[in-house]
Design a protein around this ligand. Sequence first.
Ligand SMILES: [Ca+2]
Length: 279
Amino acid sequence: MMGGMGVARMRLLWLPALAVGCAGGFPGDAGGGLDGSVDSSDGGSGGDDGGEDVSPACAAALAEVAFDFEAGPAGWTHDLMPEIAGTDVDWRFDDWEHGTASDVGPAACHAGTGCWATRLDNNYIACQRAYLASPPLDLAPCAGEELALTFFHAYDFWTGEWDEQTWFDGGLVELGTDGETWAAPPGLDLPGTIAILPDKGIYECIEPDGFYLHGRPGYVGSNPGWEEVQVALPPELVTAGLVIRFAYSSGVSIESSTQNPDNFSHAGWYIDDLAVIPR
Ligand SMILES: [Ca+2]
């Protein structure tokens, strides 16, 4: 039915929304995610601006991997998840954008006017599968140092009931060094398990089996205010070529064959001010 869709399995139709899930009041719990107990003590003599607990070479390396996204994407890239990278359909699977926040989701970036989000000015649409990845970060000068990843984020993902199950759109953070193997940092405080609804009666996502995130612990539900996350970096990843990846997915929240984000009701994921710091 959608012109030029090209894939018979794309059968999403627009009908009035089913008023699913938690479209109104979000819990709005503010406050920190997990406290990584970052030590900011000024033990060293004549402490300068940061990095006082690490070697000068490491401090210089960490200064290169602090991102406020004010001057642009800063080498970060986004694309389809590899599982559907060859999918040839006219559907926007990747909503990541760099820019400034507006009237959907947080009213502003965490700081300044640059940040990343799954569509800055509107809600994310159905069947999304995309990642946002850092450039390779060179932490080799910090080998042996105890470091933490820190970033600020806000999120608002759809949750709903269908077929006697509860389904959760969501996002996850993963680390890798070889471009193929990814794992969430141990100790990350995650609110639930992502469960993507690929098929809602006659409404089915394109490539319904291609949801890498399904079944993995991640950020689900809603935490619409900016929150800081800090988590220890595994020692084996304090090396050259560390990549940090933010991946998100959405399933069939409402029945819509359009890519008009006005038909949807959840703002998605906003990310700003990421750095690697001593802990
Ligand atoms: Ca910023």
